[in-house]
Write a protein that binds this ligand. Structure first.
Ligand code: ZN
Length: 366
């Protein structure tokens, strides 16, 4: 370990004299440790707590942990933008990350179908938490076509997701009791934000003319969304993307779209759009024009660093895209917490720079 690494975080603007540097380094030699894990370096000083290592399968769970833990935890999500959890196979790197984690969070309800073996293996050694376990089973959807299994896409009913957030909070407290107050405070603030999001989603979707309240997507991720906010949901594929949509499925849906004059269908960020294109073509052949109402985030968050890279931004994007495409009206103002939350991601207008050439003025020659 070199000296500059040892004192990272202690350096100020001017470089310290070598003697001072050495003294500080020696003082800290016994109490500073540098841990490198997956390229992320963490420095812990004795007396200070090392951040909790949390690994989440899907981004939505990772985001919940981040919102609650702040800098008390280093959170890694294994599946990021555009990744489909139904078909995702863990990489050797994922297994390493899980092996080194203090807490592993997964959705369960067969969402992470191909990770089951690894999750079971980890459960013997690590704190492995099925984040949906505290949701009252009577509130879970059990669609006939999913043969006795529950629908895993619980994040699209914000009121259900609150239960998941509560479970994540408790998992963090169990592993890091010293942080109990901080976790509880952050979680209660975040839950208030989710209440606002839930109410906003209801109001927004309710503005869609009743005959247009039909949400058509590639796979059936939006059952909870439809139930919570009042939309009928039709999907080409079933609950999982693990099997191909058949021509029969597509034709049956074309019949419905034509008969009901559904104006828009939606593509999904984590599912190839070819089935939706087949649907649009099918309708065209029958004289009914259906357009793409936009891209919805279904089973994965959007790009890191954007609003849709967080759970709240993802839900808000979907709510507003669906409202617009189906002829509703976005509420005039967002509630206070939601508005403040989203403002973090909105870039302020660029100030005019004096050295920037002014745009050519319209010619006003007489
Ligand atoms: Zn799905």
């Amino acid at each position: 370990m070199n000296e500059s690494m040892t004192v990272v975080g202690l350096q100020t603007g001017s470089p310290p004299r070598r003697g001072v540097l050495r003294a500080v380094a020696m003082m800290l030699a016994g109490v500073v440790s540098l841990a490198a894990c997956g390229g992320i370096e963490t420095i812990a000083i004795a007396g200070e707590r090392e951040p909790l290592k949390v690994v989440a399968t899907i981004g939505m769970l990772g985001d919940a942990a981040r919102q609650i833990a702040g800098d008390r935890a280093n959170v890694t999500s294994l599946m990021n933008e555009g990744v489909d959890p139904h078909t995702y196979k863990p990489t050797p790197g994922d297994v390493r990350a899980m092996s080194g984690a203090d807490v592993i969070l997964y959705n369960g309800l067969h969402l992470e179908g191909r990770m089951a073996d690894v999750i079971v293996r980890m459960a013997g050694r690590r704190s492995v938490v099925r984040a949906t376990e505290t949701i009252d089973e009577s509130l879970l959807r059990e669609p006939a076509e999913f043969a006795g299994h529950f629908d895993p896409h619980v994040w699209f009913d914000v009121s259900l997701w609150k239960s998941v957030v509560g479970r994540v909070r408790d998992a963090l407290i169990e592993k890091d009791p010293a942080g109990k107050e901080a976790y509880a405070l952050a979680a209660s603030e975040y839950l208030l934000l989710l209440d606002e999001l839930h109410a906003y989603a209801k109001a927004s979707i309710a503005s869609i003319p009743e005959k247009n309240r039909v949400l058509v997507t590639a796979h059936d991720a939006f059952g909870y969304f439809g139930r919570a906010y009042g939309l009928e949901v039709l999907a080409i594929q079933g609950i999982s993307t693990d099997s191909e949509a058949s021509l029969q499925d597509i034709n049956a849906l074309v019949d419905t779209l034509v008969a009901r004059k559904v104006p828009a269908v939606f593509i999904e960020s984590s599912v190839p759009r070819k089935t939706i294109d087949a649907l649009i073509e099918g309708c065209k052949g029958r004289g009914h024009t259906v357009r793409v109402g936009g891209e919805l985030f279904s089973d994965a968050l959007g790009r890191k660093g954007t609003a849709a890279g967080t759970y709240v931004g993802m839900v808000l994007h979907n709510v507003e895209a669906v409202t617009r495409a189906l002829g509703g009206t976005i509420p005039d103002a967002r509630p206070l917490r939601l508005s403040a939350y989203m403002a973090r991601f909105e870039t302020p207008p660029t100030p005019t720079r004096v050295n920037t050439p002014a745009p050519a003025a319209p010619s006003e020659k007489p």
